[in-house]
Each structure stands twice: as C-alpha cells, then as structure tokens.
Design a protein around this ligand. Structure first.
Ligand code: PLP
Length: 288
C-alpha cells in the first residue's frame, strides 16, 4: 500500500481521486516531475522541484506552494511510506474551471510514492534497440502530462522490438526519447543534443560527471550522426544509463555495449551509490 499526499492530506493511494472535470482530465493540462530514491534518499530532489516549478512557468500554471514547501511535503510523504527504494511523482493539475480553458488556481497538488521495480537486467548487459520517430514536442522544456506522442511512438517501438523511440524533428535534428535523453560517441567524443529537449536530470548529472574527465559537447545532433556514432546510450531517472546497440535497422558498431558506454554506466552507478550513502550533499546546483 502507498501513501500519497493530496489536498493537504496524507491518504491511502486508493482514496486519491481526481474530478473528471479537472483540466488534467478534460484537456491533458497538468505538470509533473518524477524522481527516485537511492538508499532511501531522494535523488536530486531540489533540482527536480526546480524543474517542476519551471514546467509550471512554461505552461502558465501557477503553483500554490513554493519550492521549500514542496520539498517538505515530498520528504514527509516519503517518510510515511516504507519501501526499500521508491519512485516519487509530483503533480499539479489544471483544476476545475467553468470554461475548462482558463485555470482558476484550484488545481490539485499531489505527491505519489510507489515501490521501485527493477528493470530487465539484459537491457544493461546486452544493450537495447531503439527506433526513431518524427516528433517534436511543442513545449519541450516542460514536463507535462501530455504524453500522447510518446505513447503512440512507444507502441511503434514495441512492435519493432525496441524499448524506446527517439524523436527526430522535420529538419532531421535528433532531440530526445519519449522518456529519455540521448548521448552519442562520435569522432572520439561524446555529444548530446542541446535544444528542443527536456533538460533531463540524469543528463545533467552525466554532463557534470563527464565534463571533468571525459568531455562532452552539447550541440546539434543530426540523423546522420546516428549512423556515424560508434556508441550510443540513453539516460533517464527511471532507466539510468542504458546502452543502445541498434537504431531502427542500423547496428551500432559491433552490436554490443561499447567500452566508453560501460564506463559511463559505471561512473553513474558509483555516483548514485555515493549519493545514497550521503557522501554527496544535496542542493548541489547542476547544469540543466
Ligand atoms: C521527454 C523526456 N525527456 C527526457 C527525460 C529524462 O529526464 P530525467 O533524466 O530527468 O528523468 C524524460 C523523463 O521522463 C522525458 O519525459
């Protein structure tokens, strides 16, 4: 059983219900953020809350709480649950409005804590296939509940026995996955798209970790770059770092996770382990 926070109360998750008149339901108008714990410690909580507030600004949804208040509620909700590791979803809905178009400041602020489930071990050991899809999110910097394109392209991915679809815009520019960011190893260096993406927290952590020792460029990535890349990985809170060994019909290098990618997986694992052991302070500002 999970305890959620909703409307000033900590309640059984099954009692956390939303009006069908909420703009989240009628218009898909809501923002959210998603993070996880390492050794029960919420990973980059402050950064996730900052991004959440930024999503609100991007879509014109004024939050009823400031970032410190949100932080306190998340910590309290987490403490009322008892999972070894948890996922945390923070959400603010558009609320009920007479014309279902203009928010009235009565949205629902919700914090959901659920048990973390393990993802298939072979994704990390053997690498995965991804596909490309011509999609461009309209407000890429916002993490909103509008995942219509993501769900449709994920279905295409599953049909092609892939685990993710990466968006490429009309100009052939590679952007991000449905729920991931992408890094390519090209001409001896790492590059990740700089624009038209959600600034992933995992991406930012990786950029910080890579900058010091391995180098990473933030710039334009084209569809052709995928064909030239000798290694690719995707990053996300839920998935961490996953090696990509095939994009559409194209095998990347020898079709096995590359040494550079394995190194990136290792430095991320070491960092998150240290974070969970409180060896890294919270509130560290990262480059998003
Ligand atoms: C569109 C999109 N891009 C990137 C990401 C990865 O972001 P993060 O590393 O913060 O999970 C997500 C996460 O859900 C996403 O939805």
């Amino acid at each position: 059983m999970s305890i959620y926070y909703m409307d000033g109360e900590y309640i059984d998750s099954q009692q956390a219900v939303l009006s069908v008149n909420d703009m989240a339901v009628l218009r898909g108008y809501a923002i959210f953020d998603f993070l996880r714990t390492y050794n029960k410690r919420p990973f980059y909580l402050k950064e996730h809350i900052s991004r959440f507030a930024h999503s609100g600004q991007c879509v014109g949804l004024d939050l009823p709480l400031n970032e410190d208040e949100i932080c306190d509620i998340v910590v309290e909700t987490l403490s009322r649950n008892d999972f070894d590791e948890a996922n945390i979803r923070i959400m603010y809905t558009g609320g009920v409005s007479p014309d279902s178009l203009i928010p009235q400041g009565n949205g629902k602020f919700i914090v959901m804590v659920t048990e973390r489930m393990k993802l298939p071990a072979w994704w990390y050991a053997d690498g995965v296939k991804i596909i490309t899809a011509e999609v461009e999110r309209s407000i890429p910097e916002a993490k909103s509940t509008d995942y219509m394109n993501a769900i449709m392209t994920q279905k295409q991915a599953r049909k092609a026995e892939a685990i993710e679809a990466v968006y490429v815009n009309k100009k052939g520019r590679v952007l991000e996955g449905t729920t991931t960011n992408i890094f390519l190893h090209l001409d001896g260096k790492w590059i990740t798209p700089d624009k038209g993406i959600l600034p992933g927290i995992t991406r930012s952590v990786m950029i910080d970790l890579m900058e010091k020792k391995y180098g990473v460029e933030l710039g334009e990535v084209s569809r052709e770059d995928i064909a030239r890349a000798d290694e690719i990985f995707i990053s996300a809170t839920n998935k961490e770092i996953i090696p990509v060994i095939q994009v559409d019909d194209l095998k990347i290098a020898d079709g096995k996770p590359g040494d550079q990618t394995k190194k990136m997986m290792q430095i991320f694992r070491e960092y998150t382990t240290a974070y969970g052991q409180q060896l890294i302070p919270s509130g560290k500002k990262i480059s998003v």
